[in-house]
Design a protein around this ligand. Structure first.
Ligand SMILES: Nc1nc2c(ncn2[C@@H]2O[C@H](COP(=O)(O)OP(=O)(O)OP(=O)(O)O)[C@@H](O)[C@H]2O)c(=O)[nH]1
Length: 264
């Protein structure tokens, strides 16, 4: 009796085993030989198809991996570009903000003296008028005009006049309280806004300003500087232009009464 061969578990090994059986002359007459040979042939065809499928699938996987890598690369590059753009845009926005701040400062300040200009003063007058009415606490306005300033220009030149104007601006600002507002109203005229301040107190402050101007000492100037001031208290409910007009009238009085005076 023929010894029954031990069947291999591994498919490749099994095929080798079947091939060996088919080649064995001892099994030449065996009726199972033909179907087995057919089965082996089918198996080999399937194996070949399977290998082909695996090759195609590997190819697809390779292409898809390459495409994914290329997409990731493109995505990274795009992200990098966007980050760069965002940084540029941030810097651009910052410089725009700085520029607009500088422009705002420039539009509200007098370039010669560095004090607020007429536009700045109008803004502050609007704010202070609202506040005065809201709190029922009036401010006092002072218009200060340098006396005989034309003579300074005429005798010492326009540049000297400019230097004197800067010194006057500093003297005014230095003599005021922290919350008072002053600015250049135009030419040799300055406006002083004293929030929540009654007239007699405003007069003391104006006196201090006037003393401070008289104390100015400039090397090229052998004449003293003085100023006339017109004061007016804001009347609740009125337009600030009314207060300004009264301060202007008081200033005119100070001029006609001999200058270097405070009226109002
Ligand atoms: N240097 C200089 N002078 C200026 C400036 N703005 C105005 N002035 C001069 O200020 C002078 C003002 O003269 P006036 O209006 O006649 O007044 P004043 O000589 O001060 O005489 P009273 O105001 O009547 O005391 C003019 O000579 C203007 O040219 C400025 O920015 N720089």
């Amino acid at each position: 009796m023929l010894e029954r061969p031990r069947l291999a578990h591994d498919e490749d090994e099994l095929i080798v085993q079947v091939q060996a059986l088919l080649a064995d002359p001892a099994h030449q007459g065996n009726p199972l030989r033909e179907p087995l040979a057919h089965l082996l042939g089918c198996n080999q065809v399937h194996q070949a198809q399977l290998r082909r499928l695996i090759r195609i699938s590997d190819g697809y996987q390779y292409i898809s991996r390459r495409q994914q890598e290329s997409l990731e690369h493109q995505y990274d590059r795009q992200l990098h570009r966007l980050e760069k753009l965002a940084r540029i845009s941030d810097r651009y926005q910052n410089s725009l903000r700085e520029l607009s701040e500088t422009l705002k400062q420039a539009s509200l300040h007098d370039p010669l003296t560095g004090l607020g200009n007429r536009r700045f003063l109008m803004e502050r007058l609007t704010q202070e008028t609202e506040r005065a009415n809201r709190k029922e606490s009036p401010y006092t306005l002072g218009i200060l005009d340098v006396d005989r300033f034309k003579a300074i220009n005429d005798r010492f030149g326009h540049e000297a006049g400019d230097t004197a104007l800067c010194a006057i601006a500093q003297a005014i600002a230095g003599a005021l309280r922290e919350y008072d507002v002053c600015g250049r109203w135009g030419g040799e005229e300055f406006l002083i806004l004293m929030p929540e301040t009654p007239l007699d107190f405003a007069r003391q402050i104006a006196q201090r300003v006037s003393q401070s101007i008289k104390a100015i000492h400039l090397e090229f100037l052998d004449i003293g500087i003085s100023a006339s001031v017109g004061l007016s208290v804001y009347r609740l409910g009125e337009r600030f232009s009314d207060t300004l007009n009264r301060a202007d009238a008081a200033l005119l009085q100070a001029k006609t009464h001999g200058r270097d005076r405070i009226e109002g």
